[in-house]
Write a protein that binds this ligand. Structure first.
Ligand code: ASP
Ligand code: MG
Length: 406
């Protein structure tokens, strides 16, 4: 008998029918002999609705109260799901994040888990119950209710799986797994049977929307195998686990992301300390800088370009006004209409020529590359946002991702 953590996202528990279907599945899992800890998200768009309400009554909702409000969404789903499980004759107990022992730091809206004291969950399991835990929430070291950031239920599930020593963490969602590309852009995209943690991390970080980035980091650090699968068809989905368990494909997927804007600081003096000044100022303002490219210097001056999330652009431009003066730069410009296209694959490490082929394919589509960045298993190009769909489709085809890899 193994222990499984099963996480159900918002659409999986979106209405009473869905909640009953999830309860049936939990009963099936128990009948097959496994213990189950369940983590649920808020029903459907509840979190968005609550956020809207908050902004309706306040121009800048207080962080502590906002967390108190948002955690109500998950409370609704845990209690309803337990009622449905109990109706099927199986004992079940609901727990808020706080009751489940999820202890976090004090940063409201993006709290980090610092400890999990899961005794109550262990007791519930020992008593033969299904434990149903509210995702996305915890209690801070100063005893306030906190949330873990959007998509945080994935992180709750992985943290519990790690602490309880679960055999796997199943993430149930409205798609049947992780695909070689977004099927809305590439109808031929295939579901991947396996991915390594590192590949999944790169995909989540570059626009793959299936798993929250922090949950994958957690899973990798604690070696928790993830199984991403559909709560609509219940078919086997994508396993995310340690490298070496499977053969490495050269390329596993193409991702895209249109959530960033590009900022360029022009003609800054090329001397030590300039980059430090620019990025220290941004960091102190809490701006999340992603890609950074610095040009070759000519006549003692250089351009530095970087990308930031759209919703941090206004703040960034504000910081740049001062930075330009401090550094004696000629000025700065920005372009919100960019997109990033990335190729991810663990086999890239040992196969030369992937970058060259990627650039040739983009050239063949007449796509101009504005910035390039790489890791050992990823190549990303920033392009005009209008070119993104064409670039993704062309790369998917040229790297034969529509075919089963050898
Ligand atoms: N309900 C939260 C959200 O919508 C957490 C989650 O779904 O994982 O972000
Ligand atoms: Mg979610």
């Amino acid at each position: 008998m193994a222990l499984l953590v099963q996480k159900f996202g918002g659409t999986s528990v979106g209405d009473p029918d869905r909640i009953r279907a999830v309860a049936d599945h939990i009963v099936r899992t128990r009948d097959a002999g496994d213990d189950v800890v369940v983590v649920v998200s808020a029903m459907g768009r509840t979190t968005d609705d609550l956020l809207r309400l908050a902004h309706d009554v306040s121009t800048a909702p207080a962080a502590r109260e906002l967390d108190m409000l948002l955690t109500a969404g998950e409370r609704i789903s845990i209690s309803l799901l337990c009622m449905a499980i109990l109706d099927r004759g199986l004992p079940a107990v609901s727990f808020t994040g706080s009751q489940a022992g999820i202890v976090t730091d004090t940063s409201h809206g993006k709290a980090k888990i610092v400890d999990v004291r899961a005794d109550r969950l262990r007791d519930a399991l020992a008593a033969g119950s299904v434990a149903v835990v509210a995702g996305f929430q915890g209690v801070s070291t100063s005893r306030d209710i906190t949330t873990l950031g959007r998509g945080g239920s994935d992180t709750t599930a992985v943290a519990l799986a790690a602490v309880l020593g679960a055999g796997a963490c199943e993430i149930y969602t409205d798609v049947s797994g992780v695909f070689t590309a977004d099927p809305r852009l590439v109808p031929e995209a295939r579901r991947l049977a396996h991915l390594s943690f590192d590949e999944m991390l790169e995909m989540s970080a570059t626009g793959g929307r299936v798993l929250a980035l922090r949950s994958v980091e957690f899973a990798r650090n604690y070696g928790v195998p993830l199984h991403v699968r559909s709560s609509f068809t219940w078919e086997p989905g994508t396993w995310v686990q340690k490298e070496g368990v499977m053969e490495q494909a050269i390329i596993s997927g193409v991702t895209h992301d249109e959530s960033e804007a590009k900022v360029t600081i022009e003609q800054v003096p090329d001397r030590p300390g300039i980059a430090a000044t620019v990025f220290r100022a941004l960091a102190d303002d809490g701006v999340n800088v992603d890609m950074i490219v610095q040009n070759v210097s000519s006549a003692g001056h250089t351009d530095i370009s970087f990308t930031v999330p759209h919703d941090e652009l206004a703040r960034t431009l504000h910081v740049m006004e001062t930075v330009v003066k401090e550094t004696d730069a000629a000025g700065f410009s920005h372009d919100p209409h960019i997109g990033r296209v990335s190729l991810v694959g663990a086999g890239m490490k040992t196969n030369p020529g992937v970058a060259a082929k990627m650039f040739e394919i983009l050239a063949g589509e007449n796509v101009n590359i504005e910035m390039i960045s790489t890791s050992s298993i990823r190549i990303s190009c920033v392009v005009n946002e209008d070119d993104v769909p064409r670039a993704v489709a062309a790369l998917h085809k040229a790297f034969e991702l529509d075919r089963e890899q050898a």
